[in-house]
Design a protein around this ligand. Structure first.
Ligand code: 6PG
Length: 246
């Protein structure tokens, strides 16, 4: 794996805009080279402004009919729940686009966690035309970073960090508001052509240092598990999140 590319922007608005620009660029590249753009979206709050810009400022920069939307994790709540990562994406981006339902591959948080995970695995296998032992290769895998160094819903101490066969797992995490989640697994993340971390704010500075400069300990710092076999990792940080990096 090549060294991660680290891009530090002055502030969060600049980070969000740069992320939208990069995604639009990679979308164009993917559609030109293989006729579609598969993106695995992150949840939480950080990406919302970038998604909003993709649907507005960059609306006409992307051939949206060739984009396939997936999610890296979802909370086990109904799709209209405010905590749903799908709901956040619908509000900020999908509602501004004209898409065929077949382009949107959400994780069904309203189902039981294990059912939702297995259904999502089927969705991934069907779209990417893969069989047992194979993994989807996303053009872009967006990831956030929790202040406890988790990414997707791979939380410290979780057995999911060491999963090597499943594509998606139901997990119970140490987040009192959203304990039950479905997450993609490390082999799915690490098969992506490009992983893009979006991290903003001083509260994430220690976690950023842990992942990039700290001792190797994936159980303590799960985002360290992101080491794509044949892909690049780009860290998009604002100055506050990068403040502990020399
Ligand atoms: C989720 C995300 C999660 C998120 C980090 C950062 O479902 O919450 O997928 O991995 O990216 O927790 O969240 P914020 O962007 O809200 O800080």
């Amino acid at each position: 794996m090549s060294e991660p590319k680290i891009v530090i922007l002055d502030d969060a608005p600049a980070l969000y805009a740069h992320a939208a620009e990069e995604i639009a660029h990679f979308a164009g590249e993917a559609v030109c080279t293989h006729g579609e753009f598969t993106i695995c979206l992150s949840g939480g709050t950080t990406p919302a402004a970038t998604y909003d810009m993709l649907g507005s400022k960059f609306h006409f920069s992307i051939d949206w009919k060739e984009v396939q939307f997936f999610w890296g994790d979802e909370r086990c709540v109904p799709p209209e729940d405010a905590a749903s990562n799908y709901a956040m994406t619908l509000r900020t981006l999908l509602s501004k686009l004209t898409l065929k339902p077949s382009q949107v591959h959400r994780i069904h948080g309203e189902r039981s966690p294990d059912e939702a995970a297995r259904a999502y695995e089927d969705e991934l296998r069907n779209h990417f035309g893969i069989g047992d032992g194979e993994f989807p290769r996303f053009d872009v895998m967006l990831l956030g970073l929790g202040d406890n160094s988790h990414t997707a819903s791979l939380f410290p101490g979780s057995a999911a960090i060491h999963e090597s066969e499943r594509l998606a797992l139901a997990v119970e995490v140490d987040d009192p508001t959203q304990r039950h989640r479905v997450t993609v697994t490390p082999p799915v993340i690490n098969n992506a052509a490009r992983v893009m971390f979006l991290v903003a704010g001083a509260a994430k500075a220690q976690a950023v240092w842990n992942i990039l400069k700290g001792p190797r300990d994936v159980d303590k710092f799960p985002a360290q598990v992101v080491v794509p076999d044949h892909g690049e990792v780009i860290w998009l940080l604002d100055k506050a999140a990068a403040s502990l990096l020399t």
